[in-house]
Design a protein around this ligand. Structure first.
Ligand code: ADP
Ligand code: MG
Length: 210
């Protein structure tokens, strides 16, 4: 188990499990956005991951990166809005870093997360602490970096825990970006919906691998 890697086809299966999980989480994600935003986050994610599922099902992947990049492009094309751009960029930037990768291992997972975080932060300008999906992504990325010497299954467990932790921390934050910004201190106590999505995505990856 310690030298286990994921082939492009296994990454495809893993992404399809994320698509199903996000589609099924529509009510939870919309409810989270009703507390902090306009209540559409679940529907946008459901639309994006329904489009991604169709594209990924039809894909015969040659590399790990191709699966992630195809997912990102499908999200960008179908979701629209701020979250379509940032969620799409997460997968697209991360995937581009693994263009030549034929076996996902812990160092490759870390490379994916580094590029995903850079891509999202450069595009949207959010930093950790702003109460956005970046808090969950940064938690995942830091755990990935700390796990490069571990097995892939240990790395995924740490990355999922880092994403969950980053999402949990958003509950105590005051929003400074996006629609929730106007709520000020009223945003305290609720998790950021995008961070919740990111935490669900990395926990579903961990469930697939372990
Ligand atoms: P909208 O805000 O257009 O209604 P959604 O409700 O689908 O879009 O998504 C809101 C989520 O998008 C937020 O919870 C936040 O995590 C994420 N988000 C918004 N703006 C940014 C940004 N600049 N950088 C990173 N994430 C962002
Ligand atoms: Mg919204």
């Amino acid at each position: 188990m310690s030298d286990r890697t994921l082939s492009p086809n296994e990454v495809k299966e893993m992404i399809l499990s994320i698509c199903d999980k996000i589609i099924a989480s529509e009510a939870e994600l919309s409810e989270a956005d009703r507390k902090l935003g306009d209540g559409d986050h679940g529907l946008g994610m459901q639309r994006g991951f329904t489009a991604a599922k169709a594209q990924i099902e039809a894909l015969d992947p040659k590399s790990v990166g191709e699966v992630f990049s195809t997912t990102g492009m499908a999200l960008m094309a179908s979701m629209g809005g701020a979250s379509g751009a940032v969620m799409g960029m997460l997968y697209q930037s991360g995937g581009t870093a693994l263009n030549d990768c034929e076996a996902l291992d812990a160092p490759a997972l870390s490379k994916f997360l580094d590029a995903a975080r850079d891509g999202v932060c450069n595009l949207g300008g959010a930093k950790p602490g702003d109460k956005t999906m970046v808090d969950a992504l940064a938690g995942a990325q830091e755990a990935g970096q700390a796990s490069v010497g571990r097995s892939l299954s240990e790395a995924f467990t740490a990355v999922a825990a880092g994403a969950t932790d980053g999402m949990e921390k958003t509950k105590a934050m005051i929003a400074t970006m996006g629609r929730a910004k106007t709520l000020g201190e009223k945003s305290i106590g609720h998790p950021d919906p995008g961070a919740l999505s990111v935490s669900i995505m990395f926990n579903t990856m961990n469930e697939y691998v372990n």
